[in-house]
Ligand binder design. Structure first.
Ligand SMILES: C[S@@+](CC[C@H](N)C(=O)[O-])C[C@H]1O[C@@H](n2cnc3c(N)ncnc32)[C@H](O)[C@@H]1O
Length: 359
């Protein structure tokens, strides 16, 4: 999992510096080394050690600082806040810790609060300023509406009223989909997200923190609207790049902001027809902001030059899917995500709606 690999890589990098500092420095002091270094004046050995230690401290410091700055920048670009991602339990008795063995959010660990805000912040909480573009709020509800509309339009006997929300994250879109489907499967790779979804399903509420300004945080309750039938949803851990046939057949599959975040987007696009019934609807929503942190460059659908010509992700997506699908609609929708009281992300998401061809 690249998200995880990236984090692991960062840790490994620092560890290797640490290992060197623990192993190499003592070797300067071993008797063997000392005897072979006898010809060196004592002060020079000390100076060498001092330089080595100083060098390692500086290197470690620079590496740690660079890694911190890099992750902070990545957090910013991905809507991942640099907070620890831990929500505070204030009154509900079921907060989430996210990290460690108990709840793995992988590369998204620090982003949990941003996603909780994107999915569950109320319109009033997001619209703190009158000039915030109103049509960009409530992305999960609008994403579900698109699936419900196109599934309803094409619903025929034999097309199961089952929808899969691939990359469901903190689950709000899955819950919203219950308005139009008899059965909803929310699938995510990250166990921490799946656990959090199950908690929201069970209690209808979970706490998260939002950044007011830098270190100043506020606690919020994420509430699943009471009109949504939470028990229609099943949350499962799974890999979009290796969808299991055990998931069964769906009448609709939604991949919202997922394709440019998986390690092997082409594997997902090639497999997804297998889990859709004939005439089933596939909805892809993406902003194509590829990042090697999530997807190795060799796996990007587009966003690069080939033979001096730009390769656009949307074109590659469309040519890939047109083999098995008929394109019903292609449009752009806005999405706004709150990062702090005065920082918002505004994204334009391309929505393509596909109907699986009958063979
Ligand atoms: C950018 S978030 C999008 C969340 C949600 N769909 C939305 O639009 O708000 C991407 C989600 O995909 C999940 N994800 C990443 N790689 C995955 C994979 N290989 N299989 C399933 N889910 C994956 C992440 O854990 C994360 O929850």
């Amino acid at each position: 999992m690249p998200n995880k690999t990236h984090r692991t890589y960062s840790i490994m990098f620092l560890t290797s510096v640490n290992e060197r500092s623990q192993q190499k420095i003592p070797t300067q002091c071993t008797s063997k080394e000392t005897s072979s270094n006898k010809i060196w004046p004592r002060y020079l050995v000390l100076t060498t050690q001092t330089i080595a230690v100083t060098g390692l401290v500086v290197t470690t410091g620079v590496a740690a600082y660079s890694t911190y700055k890099y992750l902070t920048l990545k957090s910013y670009l991905h809507g991942r806040d640099s907070d620890s991602g831990h929500s505070h339990d204030e009154g509900h008795g079921h907060s989430h810790d996210g990290g460690g063995e108990g709840g793995d959010f992988g590369g998204y660990e620090d982003s949990k609060n941003s996603f909780m805000s994107l999915h569950y912040a109320t319109a009033n909480e997001v619209m703190r300023y009158s000039f915030i573009p109103k049509d960009a709020i409530e992305f999960p509800r609008r994403a579900a509406d698109i699936c419900i509309k196109y599934f309803g339009d094409s619903e025929k006997s034999g097309v199961p009223s089952r929808v899969m929300d691939v990359g469901c994250c903190v689950g709000r879109i899955s819950f919203e989909l219950t308005r139009g489907f008899k059965e909803v499967v929310g699938l995510d790779y990250m166990r921490g997200f799946v656990d959090l979804c199950k908690e929201l399903q069970r209690f209808g509420v979970a706490n998260y923190t939002a950044t007011e300004e830098a270190e100043i945080k506020t606690t919020h309750a994420a509430r699943v609207p009471s009109n949504l039938e939470r028990d229609k949803v099943t949350f499962v851990q799974g890999d979009a790049c290796n969808l299991s046939d055990d998931l069964g057949q769906f009448g609709c599959v939604l991949a919202a902001n997922l394709v440019c975040r998986v390690p092997k987007p082409m594997a997902f696009l090639k497999k997804v027809p297998d889990v859709l019934a004939a005439n089933g609807i596939l909805v892809i929503m993406d902003h194509y902001s590829w990042d090697e942190m999530d997807t190795e460059k060799s796996e990007w659908l587009g966003g690069f030059y080939k033979d001096m010509k730009p390769v656009m992700s949307s074109s590659v997506l469309k040519s890939t899917l047109s083999e098995n699908f008929e394109l019903l609609d292609s449009t752009d929708i806005p999405l706004i995500c709150t990062f702090s009281a005065r920082t918002y992300f505004y994204m334009v998401v391309e929505v393509t709606v596909w109907k699986k061809k009958t063979k």
